[in-house]
Design a protein around this ligand. Structure first.
Ligand code: COA
Length: 156
């Protein structure tokens, strides 16, 4: 069992992180966000909260990242990813719980996200954290017309 989990922490994503984030993004998603999209989120979107996951002993490496918009009392997760070589070490769980903690500090009372019906690792992670399936967006994902499952978790 890796002890990496005992060495990780999160911090806010900054512009200098974007190149490393994009490397992970390109490995994880069929329709990856562009560097421009992340820069706009960091610079221009007052609702946006983006975290990067790092090893405190090796802070230059980014292990994963996650983001959300918090609008009034609702948080909407936009993305979450762990670098492929660091999966299965409880880092995704740590990162999602960190994002939820941030959502709470911003006043959110519920958090939502969409996930591909075929994305078992993510679905299982969300269920483990207490998200429940509340609906379906038919053909939500444009690359293969796959349905998106809408999940919610109450925070208070
Ligand atoms: C989804 C993702 C973030 C999970 O990160 P991770 O660090 O590998 O997950 P963790 O090690 O923290 O696992 C936590 C829980 O998630 C579930 N899980 C994670 N990987 C799983 C897998 N391959 N199969 C089934 N369940 C899995 C389990 O419930 C696990 O808890 P357990 O270890 O007690 O069984 C990661 O797979 C990823 O980055 N995927 C690509 C990007 C993506 O799909 N993002 C989600 C978009 S909606």
């Amino acid at each position: 069992m890796s002890d990496l989990i005992s060495k990780v922490t999160t911090r806010d994503m900054v512009l200098d992180d974007v190149d490393k984030v994009i490397e992970i993004e390109n490995q994880c998603f069929p329709i990856p966000w562009s560097p421009y999209a992340f820069r706009c989120e960091i610079l221009d979107n007052n609702f946006a909260n983006y975290l990067v996951l790092i090893n405190k002993e090796k802070p230059e490496e980014i292990l994963g990242y996650a983001g959300m918009w918090v609008i009034l009392d609702e948080a909407h997760v936009t993305n979450i990813a762990i670098a492929p070589n660091h999966r299965g070490k409880r880092l995704g769980e740590f990162l999602l719980l960190s994002l939820i903690a941030r959502a709470l500090t911003k006043g959110a009372t519920a958090i939502t996200l969409e996930v591909r019906v075929s994305n078992t690792p993510a679905l299982k992670l969300y269920e483990k954290i207490g998200f429940t399936k509340e609906g379906i967006r038919k053909g939500y994902y444009q690359d293969n017309n796959e349905d998106g499952i809408i999940m919610w978790k109450k925070l208070v």
